[in-house]
Design a binder for this molecule. Structure first.
Ligand code: BG6
Ligand code: MG
Length: 213
């Protein structure tokens, strides 16, 4: 049997960095007097840093901001976010996730990351998972973020696999849409386990082993 290739979203699938994104954006928004809450933060899942800023600025009532000012705000947010990320350790990845990745590899599956984040490698280093993946496609090698298929299409190319052999694991609706647009099988976990466009819905990470038997 032709073993499958798995492409994993990072935030919300392998690690849980939502709280750090929230704290970092909240600090920036508070500094600008912009209302921001966890519900708005949920809309940022899977979307790029620049698009996230635009969503937050929907509540901004001041004069229009220049591109330079927006770049400064994104840098400020990213600096806060990276400080929070630097507190991560291998204990931030569950044994279930670590053991499932290992088992998939042992069964002959290829594994990649498909993340919109430019901090993906930094996060993987902190949790000591960099070696668990055969390829990393992230915010540094794409020009369009999810729901555009680019990040997953690139991950498939990096692995040398055709789309119909690739299984994407995602927690964001935009990520499921991106996987389908790439012609791949979409597995929804977490938030996306309630999304009807997901081909397979799972409640817990180790259920992926059933897709590699
Ligand atoms: C995604 C997150 O993985 O990465 C988004 O779900 C985030 O919330 C995006 O905006 C970009 O992340 P970064 O680390 O490049 O700012
Ligand atoms: Mg995610």
């Amino acid at each position: 049997m032709n073993m499958k290739a798995f492409i994993f979203d990072l935030d919300g699938v392998i690690v849980f960095t939502d709280k750090f994104h929230y704290q970092a954006w909240k600090k920036m928004a508070d500094g600008m007097g912009i209302y921001f809450d966890e519900k708005i933060n949920n809309r940022l899942r899977g979307v790029s840093r620049a698009e996230s800023l635009e969503i937050i600025l929907e509540r901004y009532e001041g004069e229009p901001l220049s591109a330079e000012r927006k770049a400064e705000l994104m840098e400020e947010k990213n600096n806060t976010y990276r400080k929070l990320l630097s507190t991560m350790t291998p204990a931030d990845v569950t044994d279930e996730v670590r053991n499932t990745l290992k088992e998939l590899h042992e069964r002959g599956c290829k594994l990649a990351i498909g993340s919109s984040s430019k901090n993906a490698k930094f996060i993987l280093e902190k949790v000591e998972l960099l070696d668990a993946f055969d390829a990393i496609s992230d915010g540094n090698n794409i020009t369009h973020s999810k729901p555009d298929p680019e990040v997953f299409s690139k991950a498939g190319e990096f692995l040398g696999e055709k789309p119909d052999n690739c299984i994407v694991v995602e927690d964001a609706y935009a990520g499921i849409d991106a996987a389908k647009a790439a012609g791949m099988t979409a597995v929804g976990i977490g938030d996306a386990s309630g999304y009807d466009k997901a081909d397979v819905k799972i409640q817990t990470f180790s259920e992926l082993l059933k897709l590699a038997e």
